[in-house]
Unconditional design. Structure first.
Length: 205
C-alpha cells in the first residue's frame, strides 16, 4: 500500500491507519463499496483504500461545517461505536444517541424524546438501520461509516473504513472531529486534539 498512497493525502500517518485496522474490511463485498476497495488479501479480506477514507472524512467535515452543531445527530447502536461517537459529539458539540435507538424518535412528534436533526451520522448503516430508515423518511442528509460489506443506497456521504473495530472507530471519529474543528477555525492546521485515540476507544466487552 505504501508505494501507491502518498502520505500527504492522508489525515494521519499510514502506520496509524494500519495499526488501528481502518483498512481491514470483511470477506464480503457489496457492489456499492467496490470503488473503495484497494485489494483483496490472500485470506479473502477486502482491504479498504485509506486514501479514500481520508478524502471522505475531509469531505464530511466540509459538509458539516455549515450546520449549527445542535442540528447534527450522531447515533451508534454498535457497542464499539458508542464511546467514540459520544466523545466525538462532545468535542464538536453535536447531539448523540449511543446504544438503543427508540423507534419514532425522528418521526413521531408525540414522543417525549422526539428530536428534529437536519443531518445524521451513522456508525454503521446496517446496525443503525432504524435511525437510518427514519432519516431517509424525513429526507435529511445521511453520513455513514461504511465497511466493505455495507449497502450504501440512501447514504449521502460514505466514509469507507472498518466500522466494527474498536481502534478503527476511535481513529476515524477522532480524525473527523479534528477536521471539523479545523474547518470551523477552532484549531489551527497543525494543532492537535487534546483527546487521544485512547480517549475515543471503547473498552473491551
Amino acid at each position: 500500500m505504501t508505494e501507491e498512497i502518498a502520505s500527504e493525502v492522508l489525515l494521519t500517518d499510514e502506520d496509524t491507519f494500519l495499526t488501528c485496522g481502518v483498512h481491514i474490511g470483511t470477506k464480503q463485498k457489496s457492489g456499492d463499496m467496490e470503488e473503495y476497495i484497494y485489494k483483496v488479501r490472500e485470506d479473502g479480506l477486502r482491504i479498504i483504500n485509506i486514501k479514500k477514507t481520508s478524502e471522505k472524512i475531509t469531505e464530511a467535515a466540509n459538509f458539516l461545517k455549515d450546520f449549527n452543531p445542535e442540528e447534527v445527530m450522531v447515533v451508534s447502536a454498535r457497542q464499539y461505536g458508542q464511546k467514540p461517537a459520544k466523545v466525538f459529539s462532545d468535542v464538536v458539540n453535536f447531539s448523540c444517541i449511543p446504544g438503543r435507538f427508540t423507534p419514532g424518535r425522528l418521526t413521531n412528534p408525540r414522543m417525549e424524546s422526539f428530536v428534529e436533526p437536519v443531518a445524521i451520522i451513522l456508525t454503521d448503516p446496517a446496525a443503525d438501520a432504524q435511525p437510518f430508515r427514519e432519516a431517509v423518511s424525513i429526507d435529511i442528509p445521511v453520513i455513514a461509516f461504511c465497511d466493505s460489506n455495507n449497502l450504501t443506497t440512501n447514504v449521502d456521504l460514505v466514509i469507507p473504513g472498518n466500522n466494527k473495530g474498536r481502534r478503527s472507530l476511535a481513529l476515524m471519529y477522532r480524525l473527523l472531529a479534528i477536521e471539523i474543528l479545523r474547518v470551523r477555525g477552532q484549531i489551527g492546521k497543525d494543532e492537535e486534539l487534546e483527546e487521544t485515540i485512547d480517549d475515543f476507544e471503547a473498552p473491551l466487552i
